[in-house]
Design a protein around this ligand. Structure first.
Ligand SMILES: Nc1ncnc2c1ncn2[C@@H]1O[C@H](COP(=O)(O)OP(=O)(O)OP(=O)(O)O)[C@@H](O)[C@H]1O
Ligand SMILES: [Mg+2]
Length: 361
């Protein structure tokens, strides 16, 4: 396996569409980095540039420390797994796995060894003599993965490989992929638009918006300290509550004021700043309280049972447009249409610049 490095990589398509801007990303040998972002943000383009299927219009790409920017795909020694995987319908699983190696004229016993090993890793041993039509979606996906594994590449590139599977199978295959990654010690760049997939699978998560990397960090870091408002809103479900307002520091210390709520205590973690700001509070960081000590009073609009927890949709009484989502224990004492007081956990407040959206605290 090998490291994969992007240095100031940019991509502008001939029609003027910019799909990647000044991208810096260093994937360590054996690391699994998940590239996540909304549709059209440039994930596939980035992956295709690493594979050699697209040429960057700026910057360099290195594999194992070697500049491959001008190297054709077949000489990069990288395996790519796509969302739509075309297996050969008339070949057995065994022949599907072996085909690429035969084309590369590997010795028969070496092919046999690699196919056996991949089949064992992926739990396909029982299925080697079946044709793709006789497999479930998840099994087919594993065969597609197997074709990448038998190549013993320097790195794996995966573009939404699970999105064709139903929810249950997606969870199963995701866990399997995590296990395979550990077992092979494989360098992987994995693309998804699903933040939950990114958080559970990645050693590190790279959040992309509009061709620009917004934050590259561990899942915990991205969740606890999002670098800006975009990352804050994109990572975590239900999404973080955001309050636009004004941050002020006067004799009584810092305070945050918005039409929905006013915070006078616990704002002190921000180095003396004043001006437009956005307060972020994650739904589980909201507590119920009496209305005297509340940061906010709100009307309960809808209560949804999530299983072990409930999701409460609220609307601030002081600002009609301000909706709030709170997650609490399933026995939380709230009722629809009731007006309640809520408090924000002071240890977990997020403040962002009202203009650029950068994290302040
Ligand atoms: N060959 C092309 N020519 C021009 N523009 C392109 C081309 N391929 C992609 N684009 C544009 O580049 C941007 C990034 O596309 P890309 O396929 O990388 O997005 P993505 O993040 O993979 O999206 P999705 O989650 O929908 O797969 C989009 O605006 C897309 O329309
Ligand atoms: Mg894509």
């Amino acid at each position: 396996m090998a490291s994969v490095t992007l240095e100031n990589v940019g991509k502008t398509y001939p029609n003027g569409q910019v799909a990647a801007r000044d991208m810096d990303l260093a994937i360590q040998d054996g690391e699994l980095v998940v590239l996540v972002g909304p549709s059209g943000c440039g994930k596939s383009t980035t992956l295709r540039m690493v594979a050699g299927l697209e040429t960057p219009t700026a910057g360099r790409i290195l594999i194992g420390g070697k500049d491959v920017t001008a190297t054709p795909p077949q000489d990069r020694d990288i395996a790519m797994v796509f969302q739509t995987y075309a297996l050969y319908p008339h070949k057995t699983v065994r022949d599907n796995l072996a085909f690429g190696l035969r084309m590369r004229r590997l010795a028969a016993d070496e092919i046999g060894r690699r196919v056996r090993e991949a089949a064992r890793t992926l739990g396909l041993e029982e299925l080697l003599d079946r044709k793709p039509a006789q497999l479930s979606g998840g099994q087919r996906q594993r065969v597609a993965l197997g074709r990448a594994i038998v190549r013993e590449p320097k790195a794996f590139l995966l573009d939404e490989p699970l999105s064709n599977l139903d929810a249950k199978l997606r969870l199963q295959t995701r866990a399997e992929l995590a296990r395979i990654h550990k077992q092979l010690g494989a360098t992987m760049l994995y693309v998804t638009h699903d933040q939950e997939e990114a958080m559970t699978l990645g050693d590190r998560v790279a959040v992309l918006e509009d061709g620009r990397l917004q934050q590259v960090a561990s899942p915990a870091e991205v969740y606890r300290r999002p670098a800006n408002v975009f990352v804050a809103g994109f990572i975590g479900s239900p999404a973080m509550n955001l309050f636009r307002g004004l941050l002020q520091t006067d004799d009584e210390g810092p305070r945050f004021e918005s039409s929905g709520c006013t915070l006078t205590s616990g704002v002190g973690t921000i180095p003396g700043r004043s001006g437009p700001a956005i307060l972020g509070v994650r739904p589980p960081d909201i507590e119920l309280c009496d209305r005297e000590s509340a940061d906010l009073s709100a009307r309960v609009e809808v209560i949804e049972l999530l299983g072990s927890a409930i999701l409460v949709h609220l609307r601030a009484t002081a600002a009609e447009e301000q909706t709030i989502r709170a997650v609490g224990p399933e026995d939380w004492e709230v009722a629809e249409d009731e007006v309640i007081g809520v408090r924000f956990n002071r240890e977990r407040l997020h403040f962002f610049d009202g203009d650029g959206g950068r994290r302040l605290n």
